[in-house]
Design a protein around this ligand. Structure first.
Ligand SMILES: Nc1ncnc2c1ncn2[C@@H]1O[C@H](COP(=O)(O)OP(=O)(O)OP(=O)(O)O)[C@@H](O)[C@H]1O
Ligand SMILES: [Mg+2]
Length: 463
């Protein structure tokens, strides 16, 4: 998108000359003739840079600048000062203007200053975003029992070369787990390469994974390296592995078995040293039964299974995550942190988060942008499905009208969930700890609407 520049000058000659050169430089340019008009324009949408004359009828340039700062308008400002009026230029810089140009205006000089100012603005924004991303990558936030277990498993799996299969619902943090494993491994200085198997069309996925040679198919105009090769020495993260076709699965299996691969249309097999991490939100056991997933590939990938629990089963993490994302977005947008009042915190705790951590993150970002004040209240959260909030959190005292039967069900459900988390979803061990038959545990889970443990297979391997 083109950067937008707003020129504020009362002389029509200056407005048209500046507009002309800046437009020629490829910017979107608007012009107004007073400080008041400038402020009015900014209420209607953002601009990237303002070229502001110091001498203006009515509100002068410095007063306009002061207003912009007061309103925390995120914009770069370049001042045009009258000849010899260095004093006000210096004051402007102190008030956060980027630079000033003196009248009589040199158009070349102005264009240069504008370009520098926009560059700096872009770098600052990139810097903020990068810093936020780095922080985000490195921290798996949460102090619930389930999270501490997860961190421990990640720390244990990371330094090995073992393949890890990460299970979990949408938005639970599977990718974060994969990135953390890479960060904590000896491969950390090499590449972490991600392939989203669900997002790539079937006819392109092989070329994406293994590369292709020029002319291998229509559109293959040059040789292209595949992700396996790009990840050489590092980590390849196969996301949404359950969405890979059987044909591609066969090729991936061979690559894993032989640690070599062949580009589409190529003849030579290339040796690669890649650690594969995979993730899925599907029940791969069911996919195998349905003939959609190769069992042999499944066993290759599932050397170390890691289960990321849904957010509703680790409510204690919700406030920590909310604060974490608040800080992240405050940094990213260069704004102040907002606080959640008790009511708002209660709503976040009671909401079941079908989209898990990602949904929570989106909600916090939305609040950061949309709530004008410093405090977030229940009304700011009214867009969350109110019907969903009926659910009683397991930490609440039993509801007044609860029957003994309901109370027992709730208690049983909680115990099963906790034990499943402790046993990382292993059904046999969970059944053993709880002292019930496996089939009985399955039945109970079904009745309570608990998703079947996705690593029931680990039982057959003896855990
Ligand atoms: N424990 C956590 N601490 C901090 N941030 C987290 C945590 N878990 C998830 N996130 C953040 O939530 C978002 C969603 O996580 P991620 O993309 O890893 O989920 P996912 O399971 O891969 O989701 P999907 O199934 O939709 O691909 C990311 O921005 C991630 O950084
Ligand atoms: Mg993901």
């Amino acid at each position: 998108m083109k950067p937008t520049i707003l020129i504020v000058d009362d002389e029509p000659g200056v407005r048209s000359a500046l507009s002309g050169v800046l437009r020629d430089e490829g910017y979107a340019v608007e012009a107004v003739s007073s400080g008041e008009a400038c402020l009015e324009r900014l209420t209607r949408g953002p601009v990237d840079l303002i070229v502001l004359d110091v001498w203006l009828p009515g509100m002068d340039g410095l007063a306009t600048l002061a207003r912009l700062r007061e309103r925390q308008v995120d914009v770069q400002v370049v001042l045009i000062s009258g000849h010899g009026n260095i004093e006000s230029a210096v004051r402007a810089i102190k008030m956060g203007a980027f630079d000033f140009v003196e009248k009589p205006l040199s158009l070349d000089k102005t264009v240069l200053v504008v370009r520098n100012a926009l560059n700096q603005r872009r770098l600052e924004a990139e810097n903020r975003a990068l810093r936020a991303r780095v922080d985000r990558q490195q921290s798996m936030v949460g102090e619930s029992y389930a999270m501490r277990q997860l961190r421990e498993q990640v720390a244990m799996a990371a330094p090995t070369n073992g393949r890890v299969l990460i299970y979990g619902e949408n938005g639970t943090g599977k990718e974060l787990v994969a990135r953390t494993i890479h960060q904590l491994s000896r491969r950390r200085s090499a590449a972490f390469v991600e392939v989203n198997c669900a997002a790539i069309p079937e006819e392109l996925i092989e070329s994406e994974l293994f590369g292709h040679v020029r002319g291998a198919f229509t559109g293959a105009v040059a040789d292209r390296r595949g992700k396996f090769e790009v990840a050489d020495g590092g980590t390849l993260f196969l996301d949404e592995i359950g969405d890979m076709s059987l044909k591609t699965q066969a090729k991936v299996l061979r690559a894993l078995q032989e640690q070599t691969m062949e580009a589409v249309g190529g003849t030579a097999r290339i040796k690669v040293d890649v650690r594969v991490l995979a993730a899925t939100n599907k029940d791969l056991q069911a996919e195998i039964r349905a003939g959609q997933f190769r069992e042999d590939l499944y066993f290759r990938l599932n050397v170390i299974p890691i289960f990321v629990p849904p957010l509703r089963d680790r409510q204690e993490d919700i406030p920590l995550l909310a604060d974490h994302f608040m800080a992240e977005f405050a940094r990213e947008y260069g704004r102040r942190i907002k606080s959640l009042d008790a009511g708002a915190r209660g709503v976040l705790l009671r909401y079941p988060w079908p989209g898990n951590v990602r949904e929570l993150r989106n909600v916090i970002e939305r609040l950061m942008i949309m709530v004008p004040g410093e405090t977030i209240t229940t009304t700011d959260l009214s867009f969350l499905d109110p019907g969903a909030l009926q659910r009683t959190p397991s930490t609440d005292p039993p509801a007044e009208r609860q029957t003994l039967h309901e109370a027992r069900d709730q208690f049983e459900r909680d115990v099963i969930l906790r034990t499943l988390a402790e046993q990382q979803g292993n059904m046999s061990r969970t059944a053993e700890v709880l002292g019930v038959e496996r089939s009985n545990l399955y039945r109970k889970m079904k009745a309570f609407g608990i998703a079947p443990a996705r690593r029931a297979d680990a039982d057959e391997e003896g855990g």
